[in-house]
Write a protein that binds this ligand. Structure first.
Ligand code: NAI
Length: 340
């Protein structure tokens, strides 16, 4: 009985693998030996939609690649040396490029405090990506996302290859947290929660729209929930006590977003993820980029959903977010203008 079930399960798994596996997508991770880079690369190696995994870092890329390459899934894995030709090779032919390269926060730091270091790292990596793989989807994880995405966009514009449909700031972790935290309050299954989170990816720019999932928390409980979603990253920074910020939950979130994009690229319809993209929603207020629910398709961004109906409380949060975002975005654009 047990053996029969095992055989049946094995068969079902093999069938599922062959049905979903369309082994034709090269995915590149820049910053692959970091706290996020390693578990993210591991999760991508486990994804049958990935056919080739290219791992690049300024240190340790080939070591991480050698380790991950022993996992018995079909995709090939290669690590690249930190040279211009190594970087170019890692990027060439890539369909999805994820960038978790850069420094993380220490206790007491905001994401904006990372700007000075990470702005030039993202600028340089974006330049290499724009030249070697201009058609790829670029997924930026490095903080401050509100500024690093505009930096990458300016770089692509300067190379003449900017396509707003293919440039994304990864804000999935905010949705993951918002969903987990509400499930803790309400005793629901976190996997079936999907709280919409809009705005950007730092403090007050993160706006959970709880009312859209039919929840109506009030008073202190609502304030506490919103604060926890906006500053959930600080809980991890504090607990890690100087050793960095969220890496494992971020790797899961990054892998989820890449998986959604691969599904959409491989023809699946109705794939919706919130993400920070060039957006018409608050453009007139200077927030040229904005995170909201986005339908993904073979060409990247297929449709940007409007915010929809929200409460007065959520509107107030949104007003603050848009104002902050406009400043964060301008800072990124100005950086590239001053430091091309
Ligand atoms: P980490 O320091 O553990 O890893 C960063 C990696 O980037 C290191 O291996 C380093 O060698 C590499 N690196 C640095 N400069 C590079 C370059 N020019 N080219 C290639 N690789 C380079 O940091 P961790 O924890 O992995 O965080 C990475 C970034 O992700 C940080 O900026 C952090 O703030 C951000 N982050 C973003 C989140 C989001 O929701 N979008 C969530 C959590 C972190």
């Amino acid at each position: 009985m047990y053996a029969a079930r095992r055989i049946a399960t094995g068969f079902a798994q093999r069938r599922a693998f062959s049905v979903s596996a369309k082994q034709s997508s090269k995915v590149t991770v820049l910053g692959a030996s970091g706290g996020i880079g390693q578990p993210l690369s591991l999760l991508l190696k486990l994804n049958p939609r990935v056919s080739e995994l290219a791992l690049y870092d300024v240190r340790g890329g080939p070591g991480v690649a050698a380790d991950i390459s022993h996992i018995n899934t079909k995709s090939t894995v290669k690590g690249y040396d930190p040279t211009p030709s190594g970087l170019r090779e890692a990027l060439t032919g890539s369909e999805i490029i994820l960038i978790p390269a850069g420094v993380p926060r220490k206790p007491g730091m905001t994401r904006d405090d990372l700007f000075n270091t990470n702005a030039s790292i993202v600028r340089d990596l974006a330049k290499a990506a724009a030249e070697a793989a201009p058609e790829a989807n670029l997924l930026i994880i490095s903080n401050p996302v509100n500024s690093t995405v505009p930096i990458a966009a300016e770089v692509y514009k300067s190379v003449g290859v900017y396509n707003p449909k293919r440039m994304f700031g990864v804000t999935t972790l905010d949705v993951v947290r918002a969903s987990r935290f509400i499930s803790q309050l309400k005793g629901t299954d976190p996997a079936s929660e999907n709280i919409t989170v809009v705005g950007g990816h730092s403090g007050a720019t993160i706006v959970p729209l709880l009312s859209q999932s039919g929840y109506n928390l009030e008073g202190q409980q609502l304030d506490d929930y919103v604060y926890r979603v906006q500053f959930g990253g600080d809980e991890v920074v504090k607990a890690k006590d100087g050793a960095g910020s969220a890496t494992l939950s971020m790797a899961m979130a990054g892998a989820r977003f890449a998986e959604s994009l691969l599904k959409a690229t491989q023809g699946q319809k109705g794939v919706i993820e919130p993400t920070f993209v060039e957006s018409p929603l608050y453009k007139d207020q200077g927030a040229i980029f904005f995170a909201s629910n986005v339908e993904l398709g073979p060409n990247g961004v297929e449709k940007i959903y409007p915010i929809g109906k929200i409460t007065d409380y959520e509107q107030k949060l949104l007003d603050v977010a848009v104002k902050d975002l406009a400043g964060n975005i301008k800072k990124g654009v100005d950086f590239v203008k001053a430091n091309p």
